[in-house]
Write a protein that binds this ligand. Structure first.
Ligand SMILES: C[S@@+](CC[C@H](N)C(=O)[O-])C[C@H]1O[C@@H](n2cnc3c(N)ncnc32)[C@H](O)[C@@H]1O
Length: 184
């Protein structure tokens, strides 16, 4: 069963996203979140999905194809810390949502995990790339080695971020951060 905070993140994002929106999945993994975002933005919208593992992008591609949603998604074999450089200029400042699901690829050997340095670089870029009113969703797991440290590393700058309203949703396992960019 998928963790309940994943459902919470999806519920919040579902309330927020509209057809035609542009969104980013910063950690494509097995593609569940990418497909979710693709469904929410609809055929007029677009999703950019990042992952550093070819296996993850292949799983995501298959999932999208099965759902007939592949044309709404650009899969990027790159670290999310390259987000600003890899996204087309015309979408900068126009993203409705950026979603992070940290940790390792479920079903893999767990050797490749997100790490605080690159995660923080990506988060900083995401704050600039979001549209006013845009939503940043970060699900951080704390059970694997380095997971708790990463969750703490993310929490600190998020709580000090100007121009954002942060909601922290705790559970005995993972923690979910939802940060909304204020409209100016
Ligand atoms: C918990 S999984 C994501 C689950 C996914 N959102 C889903 O719905 O199936 C985390 C993913 O982050 C990827 N990852 C690790 N470091 C990364 C980085 N610097 N940039 C982008 N993806 C990264 C891993 O390869 C892994 O597939």
């Amino acid at each position: 069963m998928r963790p309940s905070l994943t459902r919470t993140a999806h519920e919040r994002l579902r309330q927020h996203l509209h057809a035609g929106d542009i969104a980013v999945d910063a950690t494509a993994g097995n593609g569940h979140d990418t497909l979710f975002l693709a469904r929410e933005v609809g055929p007029e919208g677009h999703v950019f999905a990042f992952d550093i593992q070819p296996q993850a992008l292949e799983e995501t591609r298959k999932r999208l194809e099965e759902a007939g949603a592949e044309s709404r998604v650009t899969l990027l074999h790159a670290g999310h810390e390259e987000m600003e450089a890899r996204l087309p200029r015309e979408v900068h400042g126009r993203l409705a949502a950026v979603m992070f699901n940290l940790g390792y690829l479920p079903g893999s050997d767990k050797q490749v995990v997100t790490t605080p340095v690159t995660t923080l670089q990506a988060l900083e870029q995401a704050t600039r790339l979001l549209a006013p009113g845009g939503l940043l969703s970060i699900l951080a797991y704390r059970g694997h080695p380095g997971g708790r440290e990463e969750a703490d590393a993310v929490h600190e700058p998020l709580s000090a971020l100007h121009g954002f309203t942060l909601e922290t949703i705790e559970s005995p396992g993972p923690v979910l951060f939802m940060a909304r960019k204020e409209r100016i």
